[in-house]
Design a protein around this ligand. Structure first.
Ligand code: PLP
Length: 462
């Protein structure tokens, strides 16, 4: 390593070759992992080296040894969970993010990172139907965005009663009534768990066949808590069905309460706002008080990238900001870490900005709409076969499939598809029944990918 710069350039070029080779293999490689963590750890587990090793050799070996444990989730036939790939511009911006190595905590540490978060955040609001005057933060994902939104609501409803929750905690505080659907996402409950609001103390409201909150019992629950501060957590996009809580009716109920906050978890469903023909699904979303979403799901920004916005910038900042003498605040500038849970942080705004700019409004609309059209195509292929039932309405990008009326058979089909490796999707339990869960979320998925995947599924079912 006599000439460090020369070596670095060679290392990064070689690394780019490795990355390109991997990405080129995505359309054809086995979609699932072929090795488990234990076997891979066995290959990695040499005695901790006592001497330095050549960086290029380290990287080449790492790429080789990890390969069997890589899941082609960035590729076009991965339909597991709700997972996006990485748009070319966002991937490239992420490489630069690593090279630039900015700490996006404070403006003074990286005006560039602060600027990108500022502009990309405003674009996100414009696309997602969130009022422009809201505050925002770039998070690691929708899960922690939920925590930020609920923390802001916790501040607001207690502040109205003269209680400073950040300073005094919840000891002796007025009791908050938290209301969520019985299909609220697990991370919404972990947000309550972090914030002292209690995962099990929440009032769960009944949902319909698509997992959407029923407006009537929700309104009753809010009304019954008229004497308490209330936080309502609604959902745009159920992880199984893609169903949407009735946001307008929920906002009506919240408006009728003297001291209530409405948070919307829209990890992927909020992207319906970007498509005119889907916008009715999120009708009323602009009336919420806080919103969370993911960029690493449907927008196809590489992992990790989430987003939160709130209607009350003062409360948002009060709920999140740290103070210490060395934390130099520049006054008129936006301090990126004051809106999220983490302090030192990756400059996620660069990849987000690049993704949004490379797609434009039309590109985002086409991406979201295309996935929904492909989900319907999948449904059509599968339901044309005897004994295959789709359990949800397929209003979005999610398809829940059952084979016969048989849990064991449904699980066996999922396993067989995973083992064959043409595509990958997971299973779930929907309303007490095992189901295959297909989520079409990748920017690169084509009709041919859907056709090949449907063939693989029907082959496995036979
Ligand atoms: C994925 C998801 C989350 C959690 O998002 P992360 O990206 O895992 O933090 C929260 N809510 C819903 C509805 C989701 O689909």
């Amino acid at each position: 390593m006599a000439d460090a710069r020369y070596d670095l350039a060679a290392l990064l070029r070689k690394t780019a070759d490795l990355a390109v080779a991997y990405l080129s293999s995505l359309p054809t490689r086995h979609v699932g992992a072929r090795g488990g963590a234990a076997a891979i750890a066995e290959r990695l587990r040499v005695p901790l080296p006592s001497r330095p090793e050549d960086p290029l050799a380290v990287i080449e070996r790492l790429a080789r040894e990890l390969d069997p444990g890589l899941v082609a989730s960035a590729g076009p036939r991965y339909f597991g969970f709700v997972v996006g790939g990485a748009l070319p511009a966002s991937l490239a911006a992420d490489w630069l993010t690593a090279a630039w190595g900015q700490n996006a905590a404070m403006h003074v540490m990286s005006p560039a990172a602060a600027a990108a978060e500022d502009v990309a955040g405003a674009w996100m609001k414009e696309l997602l139907g969130i009022p422009a005057e809201t505050s925002h933060g770039i998070t690691t994902g929708a899960g922690l965005a939920n925590a930020v939104g609920i923390a802001t609501g916790r501040h607001v409803v207690l502040d109205k009663l003269g209680w400073d929750v950040e300073a005094r905690g919840l000891y002796g505080a007025p009791e908050i009534e938290v209301i969520a659907g019985d299909e609220a996402h697990a991370t919404l409950l972990t947000a309550l768990q972090y914030l002292g609001l209690g995962r099990d103390r929440v009032t769960r409201v009944a949902t319909d066949g698509q997992g959407c909150i029923r407006a009537e019992p929700l309104a009753q629950a809010v009304h019954a808590a008229a004497s308490k501060p209330v936080i309502v957590a609604a959902q745009a996009g159920n992880v199984n069905t893609g169903g949407f809580d009735p946001l307008s009716a929920i906002a009506d109920a919240v408006d009728a309460h003297p001291n209530a906050w409405l948070h919307v978890d829209g990890a992927f469903g909020l992207w319906a706002s970007a498509v005119p023909r889907l916008r009715h699904l999120v009708g009323g979303v602009e009336r919420a008080d806080s919103w969370s979403t993911d960029s690493h799901k449907w927008l196809n920004v590489g992992y990790d990238s989430g987003f939160v916005a709130t209607r009350d910038p003062v409360a948002h900042r009060a709920a999140m900001a740290a103070t210490a003498p060395y934390l130099i605040q520049s006054g008129e500038n936006r301090e990126p870490s004051e809106w999220v849970l983490d302090s030192s942080r990756r400059a996620r705004g660069f990849a987000l900005y690049a993704a949004l700019r490379s797609l434009g409004r039309d590109g985002v609309r086409d991406l979201v709409e295309r996935c929904c059209t492909l989900a319907l195509r999948m449904k059509r292929h599968l339901t044309a076969a005897p004994g295959v039932t789709v359990l949800n309405e397929v209003n979005l990008n999610q398809v829940l499939v059952r084979f016969g009326d048989d849990d064991a058979r449904t699980r066996a089909v999922i396993e067989r598809v995973q083992t064959e490796g043409v595509a990958w999707m997971g299973g779930t339990v929907w309303r007490g029944k095992a189901a295959m869960r297909i989520s079409v979320s990748n920017w690169a998925t084509t009709e041919e990918d859907i056709d090949r995947t449907a063939e693989a599924i029907l082959r496995a079912a036979r």
